[in-house]
Every structure is written in C-alpha cells, then in structure tokens.
Design a protein around this ligand. Structure first.
Ligand SMILES: CCCCCCCCCC(=O)SCCNC(=O)CCNC(=O)[C@H](O)C(C)(C)COP(=O)(O)OP(=O)(O)OC[C@H]1O[C@@H](n2cnc3c(N)ncnc32)[C@H](O)[C@@H]1OP(=O)(O)O
Length: 203
C-alpha cells in the first residue's frame, strides 16, 4: 500500500515545476562539451526563472508557516518531498505496520565514487526513511544516533530499494533499522536511535 504524500495539500503545478527543476539539475550535471557562450546563455535563462520565483516569494517566516501546515508528512523534505527538486523523490509503500520501502533510481547528481551513489546521499536517504518508518509505526522523533555500514558500493542508474523498520520503543528511545539494496544485495545498512521529541511547527 502506497503511503500517500500527495493526498493533503496537493499542488500538482508545484510538483510539475519541481520535476522540471530535477530535469534541469540532472541535465546540467550530464551536459558536457557545450561552448562557454552556450552555457552562459543557459545561465541567463535559468537566472531569469529564478528572478521570477524570487519576485513571487513571500517572507521566509510566512513561507515556513505555509510549509508546515497540517500535521501530516511534509511535501518539501529533501528525500521524499515532491515539492523539493533535490529530493529524488522517494515514494514510500507500507510493507507492514512498522516497515516501509521505496524504490528509486539515482543519476549523476547523486554521484560519489565513479558510477556510484555518494555515501552522504545514502545516509540522507536512510536517515529520512528510518524517520518516516517511525511516523508510520506511530511513534516518531529526532535522530540522536545513526550508524551506517557501507557493505558495497551503491550503483547509480539501477533500481535501489530503501527499506526501514521500527524495531522497538523504550520510553522516548526509538530504535529503527534500514537498508539500501540493489539487485537483491545489501549496499548500506543503518541502525538509528531516535528520541521522541518534536520541535514546534512554525505558526
Ligand atoms: C513522520 C515523520 C517523517 C519525517 C522524518 C524525518 C526524519 C529526519 C530525522 C532527522 O534528520 S532529525 C534532525 C537531526 N537530529 C537532530 O538535529 C537532533 C539534535 N539533537 C537534539 O535535538 C537532542 O539531543 C535530542 C532531541 C536527540 C535529545 O535531546 P533531549 O533533551 O530530548 O534528550 P534528553 O537529554 O532528555 O535524553 C533523553 C534520553 O535520550 C538519550 N539521548 C539523548 N541524546 C542522545 C544521543 N545523541 N545519543 C544517545 N542517547 C541520547 C539520553 O541519554 C537520555 O537517556 P536516558 O533516559 O536513558 O537517560
């Protein structure tokens, strides 16, 4: 069963703009061999888009209140947020009442070693996915410790399965595990300690 991030506060046009920005990021990292003049013209066009967006942007304090409307899962986070162009974005499905997973394929913007996912990107995906698994299981918190083991390199351009499961809740301490697999093999495994605490949402 898919965990629907898009049911509340849907904004299809914003999602479409974020998808377009993802394309631009990917294409920029992939592009090679363009002349300086061509690339300067592209920079001008992208800056014109940024000028339009900045002109329409509210004060940051107002935007923060807007971003944190409601009490559901955010739409702007850097892993699963459909509104955030740096999010792949992951789309989670429930495996059982304490376990979630997402399948994603990452491209060159996420590269670390040649043709492989950057280790910090893997950490980001796992930190967030463990956090979402906690939310799905019903008790969530902030990351206090995150221990990662990089078993083998994580490939770009291949489907990756990112899984997380809440293992235990002991008072305010939540223990959660997860992994990134490719082709059935574990690339990265994670153990997290989360503390049940929630900073106030901007109002
Ligand atoms: C539905 C949700 C979907 C969204 C998912 C998003 C996932 C994203 C997750 C993140 O990335 S959160 C951002 C990264 N994490 C942080 O910025 C946390 C920064 N640290 C803190 O804010 C505080 O240190 C923390 C909230 C973790 C704990 O502070 P508290 O003041 O609430 O804890 P306190 O000092 O009362 O300690 C409570 C217990 O936790 C233990 N503890 C606290 N911090 C610990 C730590 N870092 N390591 C180990 N144990 C720790 C502490 O020893 C104690 O154990 P005992 O009860 O047995 O004495």
């Amino acid at each position: 069963m898919a965990i629907d991030l898009r049911s509340e506060f849907q904004a299809p046009a914003v999602d479409a703009a974020a998808d377009a920005a993802r394309r631009v990021i990917d294409a920029l990292v992939r592009s090679g061999g363009m002349t300086d003049a061509d690339m300067s013209a592209i920079a001008d066009r992208l800056n014109a888009v940024a000028d339009d967006l900045e002109a329409a942007a509210p004060p940051v304090a107002d935007r923060l209140v807007d971003m944190w409307r409601g009490d559901g899962i955010t739409r702007h986070d850097p892993v699963a947020g459909p509104e955030n162009p740096i999010a792949p974005p992951l789309e989670y499905s429930a495996v059982d009442s304490r376990t979630i997973e997402a399948v994603t394929t990452l491209g060159l913007p996420y590269q670390g070693p040649p043709s492989c996912v950057h280790g910090g990107v893997s950490a980001l995906l796992l930190d967030h996915t463990l956090g979402v698994a906690n939310g799905w299981a019903g008790v969530s918190g902030m990351t206090a410790e995150l221990t990662l083991r990089y078993h083998r390199t994580t490939p770009l351009f291949e489907p990756l399965t990112v899984t997380a499961r809440q293992v235990s809740v002991d008072g305010r301490k939540i223990r959660t595990t997860g992994e990134i697999t490719a082709g059935g093999g574990t690339c990265v495994s994670a153990e997290g300690l989360f503390i049940a605490k929630h900073p106030p949402r901007p109002r």
